[in-house]
Design a protein around this ligand. Structure first.
Ligand SMILES: *[C@@H]1O[C@H](CO)[C@@H](O)[C@H](O)[C@H]1NC(C)=O
Ligand SMILES: *[C@@H]1O[C@H](CO)[C@@H](O)[C@H](O)[C@H]1NC(C)=O
Ligand SMILES: *[C@@H]1O[C@H](CO)[C@@H](O)[C@H](O)[C@H]1NC(C)=O
Ligand SMILES: *[C@@H]1O[C@H](CO)[C@@H](O)[C@H](O)[C@H]1NC(C)=O
Ligand SMILES: *[C@@H]1O[C@H](CO)[C@@H](O)[C@H](O)[C@H]1NC(C)=O
Ligand SMILES: *[C@@H]1O[C@H](CO)[C@@H](O)[C@H](O)[C@H]1NC(C)=O
Ligand SMILES: *[C@@H]1O[C@H](CO)[C@@H](O)[C@H](O)[C@H]1NC(C)=O
Ligand SMILES: *[C@@H]1O[C@H](CO)[C@@H](O)[C@H](O)[C@H]1NC(C)=O
Ligand SMILES: *[C@@H]1O[C@H](CO)[C@@H](O)[C@H](O)[C@H]1NC(C)=O
Ligand SMILES: *[C@@H]1O[C@H](CO)[C@@H](O)[C@H](O)[C@H]1NC(C)=O
Length: 446
């Protein structure tokens, strides 16, 4: 097949396409570029030549129309290569051999889950209409090129799980159309750009499991469309900036495993769309805000491994959507509030390693979905209420090292799911209930 039809015909066709199409503002740019399909095809074939043999792109042949190649997307007139979609295609090689300036119509690149190595070429910045770029899970190394800030049309950028080093280039804050920025599990270090707040269209900001330092930039409070803020597993320090109180659409805040300090901000209770609040493994101090119960959509609340004190607020019982609650390894001094028994959807309750004392409330027997209960290393006293026998989904129960007394509930294995039951280091007396001795689901040695 010949792609050498006259360029002028193609220009007219592209003009028609563009005038009738989605990107009127880009007409000028595209016409000026005016790349032939043949040149685009050549660029792709040249790149193929630098990759190890990959069965996924066997259809990339000179004689086959490139718009019919696996993983290649074209415009409707089949004159412009607009997308490369080759996730998990076994591609092994680098991007140096890909001539981006011959592919000016690309608006979509998904090369996630391959074996691409080498650096992200600075020349990628020539892709003026690129809106989607995903290099997740490859072996790319080196810095993120400063020129990435020229990809003015980008709405989605995914660079997770690569060996990227250096800092996040400040030029990134010029990509103001971004709605998703996800850079998880890299070797990036340095600070989050102070002006990240310029990315006002962001809905998902994830810069996690890398080596980022410094504070959470206050300008992040300008990201008012944000649904998810995930900065977990870095070395961020300082407190959560008060400006984040503007993020009224926030559903998900995950900043666990950092060196964050200061209080759990009271304004969180006003962000009523919050579904997940994950602040574990930091150095947060002070109390859990009393009004936490206002977050009625919360399903996960993880505050473990901090320096929190005071009492567990009874309003926590209003969070009836909770499925996972972890307050372990803090310095609470109160009782377990009875209201906690309202959490009928809770599957996991971790309350170990705190100073909580007093009885285990019988209301816990109402939490009919509870499977994992870890309350070891506390100062709980009194008996284990017979209502525990009602928790028929229970799989794991540890009350080690408390001051509990009395008889064990006769029917603690009623649901026949129990795999782990450990109440050592207490002052229970009487004999081991028959139901526990007959509990077949229990694993040996527990
Ligand atoms: C793609 O292949 C199909 C059938 O295999 C063919 O009908 C069609 O013309 C080809 N498209 C182009 C643009 O060559
Ligand atoms: C890349 O493509 C452009 C446009 O076709 C061409 O001018 C240039 O020479 C190519 N560069 C390389 C290194 O092939
Ligand atoms: C990533 O970097 C680490 C540490 O430098 C190195 O051990 C590892 O081999 C690198 N992985 C790849 C795929 O380059
Ligand atoms: C952002 O874009 C503006 C205008 O194009 C430019 O002047 C500025 O240098 C860019 N900033 C960064 C950090 O790249
Ligand atoms: C973080 O990255 C390391 C590898 O660098 C990986 O082993 C670990 O599972 C990751 N942790 C999370 C929470 O993603
Ligand atoms: C962004 O946030 C900073 C710090 O909170 C503030 O000073 C600035 O005025 C905000 N910029 C815009 C454009 O809203
Ligand atoms: C929550 O919002 C209310 C009403 O908008 C406001 O009066 C209050 O100060 C806010 N609370 C916090 C802790 O920001
Ligand atoms: C809570 O979640 C439900 C269902 O997901 C949703 O309809 C509702 O608007 C949410 N409430 C708030 C305050 O966001
Ligand atoms: C829960 O347990 C108590 C005591 O064992 C029992 O009296 C009560 O009927 C149970 N409630 C339900 C709903 O099973
Ligand atoms: C078990 O302990 C309770 C309270 O500590 C006590 O009243 C009871 O007599 C003890 N029972 C036995 C069999 O030791």
């Amino acid at each position: 097949m010949s792609h050498g039809t006259t360029q002028s015909i193609m220009f007219v066709y592209i003009l028609y396409l563009l005038l009738s199409s989605l990107w009127p503002c880009l007409v000028f740019q595209q016409l000026v570029v005016g790349m032939t399909l043949q040149a685009q095809q050549t660029a792709l074939l040249n790149w193929k030549g630098t990759l190890g043999s990959s069965p996924a792109i066997i259809s990339w042949q000179q004689q086959v129309h490139p718009c019919n190649w696996t993983g290649i997307m074209c415009d409707h007139g089949s004159v412009a290569v607009t997308g490369i979609s080759l996730s998990n295609a076994g591609l092994d090689g680098n991007l140096d051999g890909l001539n981006f300036s011959a592919l000016p119509y690309l608006d979509y690149i998904d090369l996630s889950f391959n074996y691409l190595h080498g650096e992200i070429p600075a020349s990628i910045s020539s892709l003026a209409v690129l809106s989607y770029l995903d290099f997740t899970s490859n072996r790319m190394s080196g810095n993120i090129p400063y020129s990435i800030g020229n990809l003015q049309s980008l709405t989605t950028l995914g660079l997770s799980m690569n060996n990227l080093t250096g800092q996040i280039p400040v030029s990134l804050v010029n990509l103001t159309k971004l709605t998703q920025l996800v850079i998880h599990q890299t070797m990036l270090s340095g600070r989050i750009p102070e002006e990240i707040g310029k990315l006002t269209n962001l809905e998902l900001l994830q810069l996690s499991n890398s080596s980022l330092t410094g504070h959470i930039p206050p300008s992040a409070g300008n990201l008012t469309k944000l649904n998810s803020l995930r900065l977990y597993s870095n070395q961020l320090s300082g407190s959560i900036p008060s400006t984040l109180s503007n993020l009224i659409d926030l559903q998900d805040i995950q900043v666990g495993v950092n060196h964050l300090s200061g209080p759990i901000p009271g304004f969180l209770v006003n962000l009523t769309k919050l579904d997940r609040v994950l602040l574990y493994k930091n150095q947060f101090t002070g109390v859990i805000p009393r009004e936490i119960g206002m977050l009625s959509n919360l399903t996960r609340l993880e505050l473990a491994d901090n320096l929190l004190s005071g009492s567990i607020p009874p309003s926590i019982g209003n969070l009836i959507g909770l499925v996972f609650l972890d307050l372990s390894n803090n310095q609470f001094v109160s009782n377990i509030p009875e209201e906690i028994g309202n959490l009928v959807n809770l599957i996991t309750l971790n309350l170990y390693g705190t100073q909580i004392s007093g009885p285990v409330p019988a209301t816990l027997g109402n939490m009919i979905n509870l499977r994992y209960l870890r309350m070891f290393d506390n100062q709980l006293s009194g008996p284990l209420p017979p209502e525990f026998g009602n928790l028929t989904d229970m799989i794991y129960l540890s009350l080690i090292n408390n001051f509990m007394v009395g008889l064990l509930p006769s029917d603690v294995c009623r649901g026949r799911q129990l795999e782990y039951f450990n109440v050592a280091g207490n002052m229970f007396n009487g004999s081991i209930p028959a139901s526990l001795r007959r509990c077949k689901s229990l694993q040996q040695g527990t």
